[in-house]
Design a protein around this ligand. Structure first.
Ligand code: ADP
Ligand code: MG
Length: 698
């Protein structure tokens, strides 16, 4: 029987393949590029390209593509054949080092937020040798960054790689201060837990809203939702199990470490988690995972919904971004160590994260902001839109003891002196209980839980890496010049705790009182929508921090802000148009047909016997008439509001108008339609309802 190790990574030109297919000196030189970021010379690139091509052709590949991640949030590829004519009239399969390293897709239609006028030169793609090439279908995919000729990043990978570099640089400075002279690199790692819904193809096809927008815009509550908690971790249905089995196999072939799978809280909702890996690879893998989830679903007659909120009234889908930083020697810097010195180092890195999350709450909120995710944050199914950190009682007590110079009971009731005392081991049990926190310490990593299911994880990790790099830079600047390292260290940790403890919250994030306390007492930010938060990307402090670490240029930030707001507007405008369309061409005709048939039947009954009251029919017809009028009226108001968006001065004003006018009208229209659905005979309703959708897969 074929076992998983037999085919794991079989479609990846990974280290094993490199070793097997490359000459020793070529391999050594490529390895150095991968591990240390040294430049690759063209001779080596040619040899690598040739080996890669031979390997890929043997596996049936006919084309290659530079696979990149434009600002649309999904991936892009343009296929070129290996084919090259030979003088004898035949063809040979060719692939050069130049083609491996650099590509020039005519990709001028991708959003660039003004970074590159379409008439201008094209952007180019550049190989990211730290993420292995792989075969998808019949195409060799080469993970690449996408830039303009002026050097501006047009994608999500470039800033991510830059943020990893910034973190590496500052973390190494700090490690050197602790006497670590051997670590060569510090990298951040991520394990993203991916949630999704599965419904049948037939149900999907019958809903224009799902097809146009990825979510239901109408739908009365199903009599049964998630209230019984009988789906979470429940037995996986055979059809879903078959799907997961094939999905795993496809992911494993691509070297993606899909590990855990289970049913989630809502009916039809599931989760897949891989084993964590280096951030840029995790990002590539998560993009691939989302793509393959959808492809495999198709083969099973299913549709995989990655929208953050496909159904109102049951939980939406998120993505937990488990993040940590470690040295190339395998030391996790967010893991409390065994010696006092390691613990002091751990506390400093912990403080760096605390300070980063407090100073750049806005950037973290921005990094997960989309129209879809706005439905989840703060809706008591996902963390609030207010960013805070959960540390757990033990760690919290340690920090309190340090801040106030009081004895910590965990260590024999004496004053904590950094560099002298051993911290207790924090068990997972005490650190992982809180599921409502946006940013939770879970023993040796942080779990950032605000991401939406369809988000690229690049943005969140760019902000996280950069903000932590900034804290570490401030620490290193201070400590490198300190006369007495230990005293300065102790003081700095105390100061961080004192200055930033407002961001630490160990209570229930769903509690109404928390939002009040967070905003009114602690002064934390609460940006409810994408329209609220996105413009703050360009706040001076944010621009300064991100440009000073070389993660983004100011122009790149402006372009991102513009594109994200545009996406927000376009998404909601498409939703609103779809609603208006469905209301006018499907819902109103159905309501009218049912109401008039009901009226007719009442009239027929009365003709038979004038004494009959027909109060049931009359009641239905009356209420449906009222609702039909309201639906028509709200649809018209919505269409008018959409038209007036054209008056907005710029995209920021447009997004504000959408937030203030369009969203409310959409809710009102939905409310009337959903009530009409509950009163209209099912045989008249033009599309399947929530009960059909949520329980469609057996
Ligand atoms: P859960 O959060 O559901 O309890 P786990 O804690 O076991 O699940 O793991 C969640 C994710 O965190 C997995 O993808 C796992 O690989 C990842 N993870 C575990 N350790 C680390 C780490 N040091 N850095 C980053 N991610 C990690
Ligand atoms: Mg989880």
């Amino acid at each position: 029987m074929r076992t998983v190790p037999d085919y794991f990574g079989s479609m990846v030109f990974d280290d094993r393949m490199m070793r097997a297919h490359l000459a020793a000196d070529v391999y050594a030189s490529l390895r150095k590029t991968i591990d240390q970021g040294t430049e690759l010379d063209i001779g080596v690139a040619n040899a690598v390209a040739e080996a890669m091509k031979n390997w890929a052709v043997e596996k049936g590949a006919t084309h290659y593509t530079h696979w990149f991640q434009p600002l649309t949030g999904i991936t892009a590829e343009k296929h070129d054949g290996f084919l090259s004519p030979s003088p004898d009239g035949g063809v040979i399969m060719e692939f050069s080092g130049k083609e491996l390293i650099k590509g020039e897709p005519d990709a001028s239609s991708f959003p660039s937020g003004g970074l590159r006028a379409t008439f201008e030169a094209r952007g180019y793609t550049a190989w990211d040798p730290t993420s292995y090439a792989f075969i998808k279908g019949k195409t060799l995919c080469i993970p690449t960054a996408f830039c303009s000729y002026g050097g501006q990043a047009l994608d999500k990978k470039t800033p991510l790689l830059r943020s990893m570099e910034a973190l590496n640089k500052q973390a190494l400075r700090v490690l050197r201060l602790f006497g670590n002279d051997t670590a060569k690199r510090v990298v951040s790692s991520v394990g993203p837990e991916q949630e999704y819904f599965l419904i049948t193809r037939e149900m999907y096809d019958a809903r224009p809203d799902l097809r146009m927008t990825g979510r239901t815009l109408f739908g009365a509550k199903s009599p049964k939702g998630q209230e019984m908690d009988d789906h979470y971790f429940g037995v996986i249905k055979p059809r879903v199990a078959a799907y997961m089995e094939e999905l795993n196999e496809e992911l494993w072939k691509l070297g993606i470490l899909a590990k855990t799978e289970h049913n989630e809280v809502a009916p039809a909702q599931h989760e897949l988690a891989p084993i964590y890996t280096t951030t840029n690879i995790a990002t590539d893998h998560n993009q691939l995972t989302m793509e393959i989830m959808q492809k495999v679903a198709e083969k099973h007659g299913l549709v995989c919904l990655l929208h953050e909120k496909p159904f109102a009234g049951v939980n939406g889908s998120g993505k937990h971004n488990n993040w940590s930083i470690a040295t190339d020697q395998g030391q996790n810097l967010l893991s409390p160590g065994a010696t006092p010195y390691e613990n002091a180092q751990f506390l400093l890195f912990l403080c760096a994260v605390i300070k980063a999350v407090d100073d750049y709450q806005d950037l973290l909120r921005i990094s997960v902001a989309t129209a879809g995710n706005d439905h989840r944050l703060g809706a008591n199914e996902a963390p609030p839109a207010v960013v805070s950190i959960f540390l757990g009682d033990e760690l919290n007590a340690v920090l309190e003891a340090i801040e106030t110079n009081t004895p910590y009971k965990g260590v024999e009731k004496k004053l904590m002196k950094l560099g002298a005392d051993v911290l207790p081991k924090f068990s997972r049990d005490t650190t992982d209980r809180n599921r409502t926190s946006p940013f939770a310490f879970t023993g040796n990593k942080f779990e950032f839980r605000m991401l939406g299911s369809s988000n690229s994880i690049a943005c969140a990790n760019i902000m996280l890496n950069s903000a932590v790099a900034e804290s570490l830079k401030i620490y290193a600047d201070r400590l490198e010049g300190a006369a007495d390292f230990e005293t300065a260290l102790h003081e700095m940790i105390r100061k961080t705790i004192k200055d930033h403890k407002r961001i630490i919250f160990n209570g229930n994030g769903y509690d109404e009182g928390w939002i009040k306390e967070a905003t009114e007492v602690r002064g934390l930010l609460n940006y409810r929508t994408t329209a609220d938060c996105m413009p703050h990307l360009l706040d001076k402090k944010n621009v300064n921090m991100l440009t000073s670490h070389g993660v983004y240029s100011e122009e790149e930030l402006k372009s991102r802000c513009e594109i994200m707001l545009e996406n927000y507007c376009k998404t909601i405008v498409i939703e609103a148009n779809t609603m208006a369309n469905m209301a006018k061409t499907q819902i109103l005709p159905a309501v009218e047909a049912y109401a008039s048939d009901t009226a007719r039947s009442a009239a027929a009954k009365k003709a038979l016997d004038p004494a009959l009251a027909c109060s049931y029919e009359t009641g239905v017809v009356r209420r449906l008439s009222v609702l039909a009028d309201r639906i028509a009226e709200k649809t018209e108001e919505l269409e008018t509001a959409l038209l007036s968006l054209g008056d907005a001065e710029n995209v920021e004003a447009e997004s504000a108008a959408i937030r203030d006018h369009v969203l409310g009208l959409m809710s009102e229209l939905r409310l009337a339609c959903d009530e009409a659905e509950t009163m209209t005979a099912k045989s008249y309703w033009p599309f399947p309802g929530y009960g059909d959708l949520l329980f469609s897969v057996h």
